[in-house]
Design a protein around this ligand. Structure first.
Ligand SMILES: Cc1cc2nc3c(=O)[nH]c(=O)nc-3n(C[C@H](O)[C@H](O)[C@H](O)COP(=O)(O)OP(=O)(O)OC[C@H]3O[C@@H](n4cnc5c(N)ncnc54)[C@H](O)[C@@H]3O)c2cc1C
Length: 374
């Protein structure tokens, strides 16, 4: 049966970004709805990642990725402490195994300073072996503010707080059409099963955010909004090495990932990854034939690794704006009034460090909504 309800604000997507946006909005606005096509929250990219709270080291100074990551790091630890969300400030080693990688670490340190990340320490070979006896490195950078978080608990906390503040979340509700008539947006759910109207429409649809923008009438090719899917797979190691910190290789220059690194989860399980492979489909199987590639990449800094101890684990898909080999692209977070769509706020290309940045992004979007409603 078709009904037409009216909302002030609708958020599309209940991943970590849509949920943090909802919680922030709930503090200042009434009559807010979150719509999510899946049966529950956080079933896509937000549950398929490394769960690392990044420090903000890598991104070009002044970019949204840099600004929101450094601010988001602080805000995430703050909320974890306040709400008892499981997390560990483990610290991370970025290791160099040869001269060229030492040069890369030097550049990285300068980049980090430009981004306001002042707590990096340079460690020599001996200091690395004291911290991590199994790791081989000639030099390393230590980032004490990098950590890990239980993303599921974080998302649940955002949702519960938003609901306590009066927000409604509707699951099994896929946005299938959007029409703008000059005053607001008419939105169809599940092909017209349900229809509503809203003044503000916030697109937090992750891997589908380009298609949602296109539904509203935006030319995603002209604006460079079309997403490219970049799969990242993980392998696990059994028996697990005894690592106490996150361990990353010196960064690779292809802009597609941070290299095959060792991440720990809150149960001390070690995973290696993610690699990066551009794909056409959203398909999450892990290709076992990549084992030798992982082995070669990990062996450089963890020489004791045995190839037969590596097992395929999980994968996630990055919603990237840049294609293979293309230069850096920043998050797109924009109210599209200059395109003739006032009140439509697009969040596109929210790849890493999207999890770390989430609260900072939520606050920014809330300020965009405030301006749009003035
Ligand atoms: C391999 C990998 C590793 C990563 N590691 C890290 C890390 O360590 N640290 C970090 O900070 N970041 C990391 N990230 C990035 C981080 O995971 C993402 O930035 C973040 O999860 C994005 O959240 P989201 O809410 O935008 O997207 P999603 O979690 O994908 O949520 C989008 C939601 O929108 C819904 N949706 C889509 N279309 C519609 C529609 N038409 N109607 C209704 N609902 C719709 C989807 O069902 C989905 O639930 C990683 C990403 C990947 C892929």
């Amino acid at each position: 049966m078709e009904t037409t309800d009216s909302f002030q604000i609708v958020v599309i997507g209940a991943g970590v970004i849509g949920l943090t946006v909802a919680e922030e909005l709930a503090a200042s606005f009434r009559n807010v709805l979150v719509v999510e096509k899946n049966t529950g929250f956080g079933q896509e990219t937000s549950s398929r990642n490394s769960e690392v709270i990044h420090a903000g080291i890598y991104y070009p100074a002044g970019s949204l990725k840099s600004i929101f990551c450094t601010e988001g790091n602080r805000l995430l630890y703050e909320i974890c402490n306040k709400r008892q969300i499981p997390n560990k400030r483990l610290g991370k080693l970025i290791v160099a195994t040869n001269e060229e990688e030492c040069r890369a670490l030097k550049e990285l340190r300068e980049q980090a300073y430009q981004n306001g990340v002042m707590d990096l320490a340079r460690l020599g070979k001996k200091q690395v072996s004291v911290l991590e006896p199994e790791i081989k490195a000639v030099e390393a950078l230590f980032s004490p503010s990098t950590g890990i978080i239980d993303t599921h608990s974080l998302m649940r906390s955002f949702l519960l707080t938003a609901e306590e503040r009066g927000i409604t979340a509707a699951f099994r509700s896929c946005v299938t059409a959007v029409r703008f008539d000059g005053n607001g947006y008419d939105v169809d759910i599940n092909g017209g099963e349900y229809r509503f109207r809203t003044r503000i429409l916030i697109n937090c649809a992750g891997l589908h955010s380009d298609k949602v923008a296109a539904l509203a009438g935006i030319d995603i090719d002209e604006l460079g909004y079309r997403l490219k899917y970049c799969k990242g797979s993980y392998f696990t190691l059994s028996p697990a090495p005894r690592l106490r910190h996150l361990v990353y290789p010196a960064p690779v220059k292809n802009n597609e990932g941070l290299g095959i690194h060792a991440t720990l989860d809150l149960n001390n399980r070690v995973r290696f990854g993610p690699d990066s492979e551009y794909v056409k489909e959203l398909e999450y199987s892990v290709d076992e034939s990549q084992k030798s590639y992982f082995y070669q990449a990990i062996k450089k800094y963890l020489p004791s690794i045995a190839p037969e101890a590596l097992y395929p684990d999980m994968s996630g898909i990055r919603p990237k704006l840049q294609g293979p080999g293309e230069p850096f692209r920043d998050f797109v977070i924009r109210e599209e009034k200059y395109l003739g769509y006032p009140g439509l706020i697009n969040l596109i290309g929210i790849e890493s460090p999207g999890l770390t940045s989430c609260i900072a992004i939520g606050k920014h979007v809330s300020s965009l909504v405030e301006k749009a409603l003035q």
